[in-house]
Design a protein around this ligand. Structure first.
Ligand code: GDP
Length: 301
């Protein structure tokens, strides 16, 4: 996982620790470093920011040919990446749900993201996680557009012995979401998970559709689901959803197959929202909390 980002970082530290640097050297290896970040799916603005921080730290300083210099630069990089990742607010859905439950209320989550990212599987994984934590869950199949979406989600729900609320294709997604909330109220269910259509990530329709769901069910949080393998596409989707519908947190899927690692950094940077879970496989238990320190130690190995 995340090998390429790790190698971009180690290339800078190797260059620093093996040369006495002048501005020419710095520019040369920083260009290489920046290219490495871009190839690892780090967004341009983040790559530029990190490169500038390294440059400010090393130019004009006498860097000995010792490992200490490399460690010094590594420390600067680490702090910069940690700062970039930590600027988003913390979102602890388990805690939020617990608090809502003890106040006697229902917690609603809307999932956003384009098709193929792993959104349906992720909803099932979150449902399983919540069930394992002792919460009762209902799923709203509010993607009434994509052929097969309702059957796919219903199948996951059946396997997990969770109720799925459906209507016919073409039905109003907000009506499906509302049905699920009504079901939760009458059956004392703790959490409503709402799937949405993701076909129009840039259009006004999407905004209107999400706007309606939000007005009708007033979700407690909106979670963007992005595919780590989509690289920069995932980053631009995060940007667009962030702009058009807003979201509170993100889940990055297929991190198990992501050799690059930069999209996590980029998504947080463009949305200013935290990544709360990583999808790390196809089965329902392959969902792990995203941990900034673990992410940093993986790429700084
Ligand atoms: P949707 O169209 O966004 O609802 O996507 P699906 O949930 O149907 O997922 C698309 C494919 O990605 C399926 O084959 C999933 O098993 C797979 N998938 C989803 N999440 C992960 C993950 O975290 N890791 C891996 N390796 N595959 C995943």
């Amino acid at each position: 996982m995340f090998d390429r980002l790790r190698s971009a970082i180690s290339s800078v530290t190797t260059a620093v620790s093996h040369r006495t640097l002048d501005v020419g050297d710095v520019d040369e290896f920083l260009l290489e470093f920046e290219m490495g970040l871009l190839e690892s799916d780090v967004a341009q603005e983040v790559a530029e920011d990190l490169t500038k921080k390294v440059k400010d730290a090393v130019v004009g300083q006498k860097i000995p040919r010792s490992n200490d210099a490399g460690d010094y630069v590594k420390g600067i990089l680490k702090d910069s990446i940690k700062q970039a990742m930590s600027e988003a607010p913390q979102v602890d859905i388990i805690q939020m749900i617990k608090e809502r439950k003890s106040a006697g209320g229902i917690f609603t989550i809307v999932f956003l993201g384009i098709n193929g990212t792993g959104k349906t599987t992720t909803i099932a994984k979150v449902a399983k996680l919540l069930k394992d934590k002792g919460f009762s869950v209902v799923i709203a199949c509010a993607d009434t557009y994509r052929a097969g979406a309702i059957e796919q989600l219903t199948e996951h729900a059946n396997r997990l012995s969770i109720k799925a609320i459906t209507q016919r294709y073409g039905a109003d997604p907000a009506a499906v979401a509302r049905d699920a909330v009504l079901y939760a109220q009458s059956h004392r269910i703790d959490v409503v998970l709402i799937d949405t259509a993701g076909r129009m990530q840039t259009s006004k329709n999407l905004m209107e559709e999400m706007g309606k769901i939000v007005r009708v069910v007033k979700p407690d949080i909106k979670i963007f689901v992005g595919d780590a393998l989509a690289g920069n596409d995932a980053v631009s989707q995060a940007k667009e959803f962030s702009q058009y519908t807003g979201f509170d947190a993100a889940i990055l899927t297929k991190a198990d197959a992501d050799a690059k690692g930069g999209s996590a950094l980029s998504i947080v940077h463009v949305s200013h929202k935290p990544i709360i879970f990583l999808g790390v496989g196809q089965d329902y238990d392959s969902l792990v909390p995203f941990d900034v320190d673990r992410f940093i130690s993986t790429i700084f190995q």
